[in-house]
Design a protein around this ligand. Sequence first.
Ligand code: ADP
Length: 408
Amino acid sequence: MYKIPEVILTINCGSSTIKYQLFTTDVREVVAKGMVSRIGEPGSTVEQEARGRQFRQERPVPSHHQAFEAAVEFLLHPEHGAIRALEEIEAVGHRAVHGGDLFFESTLITDEVVEKLEELVPLAPLHNPPNLVGIREARALLPGVPHVAAFDTSFHQTMPPKAYVYPLPYDYYLKHRVRRYGFHGTSCRYVSRRAAEMLGRPASELKTVVCHLGNGVTMAAVREGRSVDTSIGFATFSGVMMGTRSGDIDPGLIFYLYRRLGMSPEAIENVLYKESGLLGVSGVSNDMRVIEERARAGDERCRLAMEMFAYMVKKYVGAYAAAMGGIDALVFTAGIGENSPESRGLVCAGLGFLGIELDPAANDLARGREAIIGRPGGRTAVLVVPTNEEKMIALDTMRLAGLGKNAG
Ligand code: ADP
């Protein structure tokens, strides 16, 4: 007889894409994984991998509503799908970008939670509106099951005021919510927990620095399992230089560009967000793979971009070790952190004084998989932990929905 599998759905709804995954309720297995791309644009596609079968279609997807319909059609597809009825979905976990100072952890979604998310739109005008659309569509589609929101910001809500208040007039914080929030929190939470498991030590004993090095970059200081400082601040902008974002700059530069070069605020924003970082310095690409290849072939600007990137990461490692009064574990994650031995090597070079020493062979072998890459017996553990935000969201969803007692 056909046994109804219980699954949990995770949804990451952006302005032009929806990514979704179906997990078993113990969150040990991904049953299906799919994406609707270019919503409301020409050339929309729907693609899915379910139970080992790939399925892809190009078709018009003018709105998020239609994107959800397409995803449901794919999930229920008699030949390529993963489930037979929507009733098999026990709970839904939503990635939510900005929880402001209102959400300290993942939460069950109620009408009141939706109202609060609306209130936070000014803090994340690009991200929260599509998240809200996703929540509305999914709640209409699956009204009888618990929905959970997991916020990118909430893990960093444990920062002390000395880390999150900006040295501006205090009223800007009180009246306008201007403060450091931090992002990539779900990733930082997942990899710092996983690193503790890999080391066989309780997270409550560890001082960990997380290097989330992807197109976006977050450095985080995690003490006793809680974030105590992080490099991204109010917007998704500060900290280490990123693929196309400058990261930390002197704010005086903005006035120089405005007054002396006559650039408009929009043009300055565009330069700092979209034309800077690895792309701006290398003049070639925002992709570290391309930059490494060109640097090996002798391109000096690509070499400089790589060195600047690693140098900025290294400075944060030192700063956060100082902030925590030590460091037990250094964790690399996201596209560059997981896949670039060269970048990891540049970051760790010269950090022996913090007990950070790489095992070169282990570092070289660690590409896209979990590994301990520090020298055996080294004082500080160095690890590669591929991030898995969806799994973290699914685990939270299971917990808050009261399902999957053996989730792991
Ligand atoms: P996002 O922040 O968009 O989620 P990712 O975590 O997927 O980004 O990281 C994307 C970046 O990872 C790419 O821009 C690329 O620079 C880098 N990357 C991926 N694979 C490699 C690799 N093998 N070597 C070096 N860099 C890599």
